[in-house]
Every structure is written in structure tokens, then in C-alpha cells.
Design a protein around this ligand. Structure first.
Ligand code: VGL
Ligand code: ZN
Length: 199
């Protein structure tokens, strides 16, 4: 029997209130996600985990503003404020997230010259991040997704999961988005088109 795995995306301090890349209303998802964490016995959490000076940081591109876009060898990249630098308090999970002691953690965006929104493939759309291998090891046929941000890391993880053949449900009340230039509505449209269920 294929199993279902809960995948909780990037509920980290830097994406919560007071953080450099705070997602509006991020904390509102905590009770919902903690409920999911209690309900599922197979859980994988992702963590955005960048080296200092990561290519996605606007601070590494003199003269460029955060939230502008640049072209990189692997495609277009949004430039972000510095966030989730490896092993800093900002990269830690939110203190009120009930991380199970035995949860598996996938870190992404760990290479300095490439970003990774998806926990399946980096933004070159080729380099594996590790989630697919972990799901295969658990004989997963389906994932349930929640976390931050709906329109970036949740979106790209959901789309890659569909392209790899997984059933996907995104728990709307367990997600919040950044919403740059309509990206949130766009994300829900893309997910619907790809056959992602909205739970
Ligand atoms: C994310 C922007 C930059 C996310 C990560 O977790 O959605 N967004 N890095
Ligand atoms: Zn990031």
C-alpha cells in the first residue's frame, strides 16, 4: 500500500514576523500545522538553508534591490533579502512548531550559486535536493503539503511532486504566501492546472 507523507515547508524564524523575509500572517498556520504533525506518523520537514553570500541575496548584487529579478545561468531569479543563513537563529524552525523528535529534515538552497524553491529539484530544474529519494524509501504515493511560502517553496514542491507522479494535497489553512505581483493567485492557478488538490 503506498503511504502518505506530510511535508512541512520552511516554517523558519526568518519567514515569520520580525524576520527579514516575513510572510504576512505566517504564525496563523502554526495551530493548523501542529495539528497535522499530530495526525501523521510519516513527516518530512524542509528548511531553507543558505550559505552566507548566497546568489539569491540582493546584497550580493551591488545596486540591485530586494524583490527585483535578475537573469542567472539557470534562469530568472528573484533577489531576496538575506534570509535563512545556515545555522543562524533565523534559519531555525519557529519555536512554536512541534517538530517531532524523529522527523526527517531536508535542507535546500545549500549551494552558493543556485537557489532551490522545491525540495525535489534546485532552480536549474535538474539537481536533486533529496525529497524524491526519501519518499521512495517510504513507498509514498501521496504527499500532504503545508508551510511557507505558498507561492514559492510550497508551489514548486507541489508542482515537482505532480510531475514525478505523486498525488498532492496542499492544505490552504496551513500555508501563507509572499504575494509578489499577484504570485499567490498565480500559484493556486498553476497548482490547480497540475492536478494539485486544495485541502
Ligand atoms: C522561500 C523565497 C526565498 C520559501 C525561500 O520558502 O518560499 N521563498 N527562499
Ligand atoms: Zn531562500
Amino acid at each position: 500500500m503506498p503511504s502518505t507523507v506530510l511535508v512541512v515547508v520552511d516554517i523558519q524564524n526568518d519567514f515569520c514576523s520580525g524576520g527579514p523575509l516575513a510572510v504576512p500572517d505566517a504564525e496563523a498556520i502554526l495551530p493548523v500545522v501542529n495539528g497535522l504533525l499530530r495526525d501523521f506518523n510519516r513527516v518530512i520537514l524542509t528548511q531553507d538553508w543558505h550559505p552566507p553570500g548566497h546568489v539569491s541575496f540582493a546584497s550580493c548584487h551591488p545596486g540591485r534591490q530586494a524583490f527585483s529579478r535578475i537573469s542567472l545561468p539557470y534562469g530568472e531569479q528573484v533577489l531576496w533579502p538575506d534570509h535563512c543563513v545556515e545555522a543562524t537563529p533565523g534559519a531555525a524552525f519557529h519555536p512554536d512548531l512541534d517538530v517531532p523528535a524523529d522527523a526527517t529534515i531536508v535542507r535546500k538552497g545549500v549551494h552558493g550559486n543556485i537557489d532551490s524553491y522545491s525540495a525535489f529539484f534546485e532552480n536549474d530544474r535538474q539537481t536533486p535536493v533529496g525529497l524524491d529519494a526519501l519518499l521512495r524509501a517510504r513507498e509514498a504515493g501521496e504527499i500532504v503539503l503545508a508551510g511557507l511560502a505558498t507561492d514559492y517553496c510550497v508551489l514548486h514542491t507541489a508542482l515537482d511532486a505532480r510531475s514525478l507522479g505523486y498525488e498532492v494535497t496542499v492544505i490552504e489553512a496551513g500555508c501563507r504566501g509572499i504575494d509578489l505581483d499577484g504570485s499567490l493567485a498565480d500559484a493556486w492557478g498553476r497548482m490547480a492546472k497540475a492536478g494539485v488538490r486544495r485541502g
